[in-house]
Design a protein around this ligand. Structure first.
Ligand code: ATP
Length: 367
């Protein structure tokens, strides 16, 4: 992170309350970086966005961007929403229905006092850059969902924002359009010089769009990291589930052999343990559902080192495979093929053996 990108960036120590709910999160986003904010319902994602946008004043803390202070209760500084240069994009686009695409995009510069002709020229230039100039004369009602979302992005970028805030920007689009717009959005945001924050419920969107992911739970940051780090080493059940992984908390009872006693019951052996971890250290272990096999009765010769018994509790069809929930010590989600479901006659109540290679268990210190 260079000094100049920090100066261009956001530094927000956000402390706010909404009734009984409190949000406490220090968020730093350098210029040019895209941060995705993930979290379960009620985690505080919207509260964070609204606070950054100037709709909720801080109780404590400080928000500054590119060296300008937007909110600092200690020194009585508060810039309201109209004074913050923010490009907002919402899932429902919120275009002005009575204005043409061109005038929608020209709206922000007009509102800042730029003359009509100059604002329109700038809007046209922005539309051209995004390949949308053919739509300039249309009204929002004459646009497809994908086009409307592109225009909403153009409008936000044309406002000359210091920061981009996007709230579930792709949620209203059908799957195919979402895929198309997602990669385009990524390109646009990375070429924007200020910080961008995207709130999303969709882990795939976060993984594809963002340089960094921040996970909020109950008003606190539980994890930040690159998409790869978060996907590889989730620190809470919520993140593990989002990433489609089994996560187990436990203690390292035998570092030399990678033996971990799990808090939920049972043990796992990991082929490698981070160096220097002492016996009894608290660790997390992840195991992908695809790395576990199910068997009926005796296991074949040369079986993996992790073998345990369980009872099938659920069978769910995913797009390309079947996810089997198994109760045991520990519980596990296991992904198998539809052929395996038929062959093993996997139905709830069936007793099975689970197995996983020690090399498939990733262990790391618990935070
Ligand atoms: N005006 C308010 N008064 C009291 N409580 C509020 C108010 N606004 C939000 N809350 C509470 O604050 C918490 C966080 O809400 P917020 O909308 O920020 O969560 P979120 O992560 O955006 O959730 P979702 O994913 O469901 O949109 C919730 O418990 C909510 O009920």
């Amino acid at each position: 992170m260079s000094t100049s990108s920090l100066i261009e960036g956001l530094d927000a120590d956000v402390q706010v309350s909404r009734g009984a709910f409190a949000l406490s999160a220090h968020v730093r986003v350098p210029g040019g970086e895209v941060l995705a904010v993930l979290g379960p319902n009620g985690a505080g994602k919207t509260t964070l966005l609204r606070t950054l946008a100037g709709l909720i004043p801080l109780r404590q803390g400080r928000i500054s961007i590119a060296g300008t202070v937007w909110d600092d209760p200690a020194t009585d500084v508060f810039k309201d929403a109209t004074e913050r240069r923010i490009g907002l994009v919402f899932q429902d686009y919120r275009l002005f229905p009575h204005l043409s695409v061109l005038d929608n995009v020209a709206f922000a510069p007009r509102a800042r006092g730029v003359k009509r002709a100059a604002a329109r020229a700038h809007a046209l230039e922005t539309l051209q850059t995004l390949g949308l100039d053919a739509l300039a004369a249309r009204r929002p009602a004459q646009l497809s969902g994908g086009q409307a979302q592109r225009v909403a992005l153009a409008r936000a970028l044309a406002s000359g924002p210091a920061m981009m805030l996007l709230d579930e920007p792709l949620a209203a689009l059908d799957a195919r359009t979402r895929l198309e717009i997602r990669s385009e959005l990524r390109r646009r945001l990375t070429s924007f010089s200020g910080p961008s924050i995207v709130v999303t419920h969709d882990p795939l969107e976060a993984l594809v769009l963002a340089d960094r992911i921040l996970v909020l739970e109950e008003g606190r940051i539980v994890q930040t990291g690159t998409p790869a780090e978060v996907a590889r080493r989730p620190v809470t059940e919520y993140v593990a589930r989002l990433m489609g992984l089994n996560l187990y908390a436990g203690r390292l009872i035998d570092p030399a052999h990678g033996r971990i006693r799990l808090d939920s019951g049972g043990e796992l052996i990991a082929a490698s343990i981070p160096e220097g971890l002492p016996a009894d250290a608290k660790v997390l272990a992840v195991l992908a559902p695809t790395a576990i096999s199910l068997h009926l009765g005796e296991l074949p010769e040369g079986s993996p080192r992790n073998v345990w018994a369980g009872t099938v509790s659920g069978v769910e069809l995913l797009t390309d495979r079947v996810r089997v929930a198994v109760k045991g010590a520990p519980d596990a989600l296991v992904d198998v093929t539809a052929a395996a479901v038929a062959e093993l006659r996997l139905t709830p109540g069936l007793e099975v053996q689970l197995s996983a290679k020690a090399g498939e268990v990733t262990a790391y210190p618990a935070p």
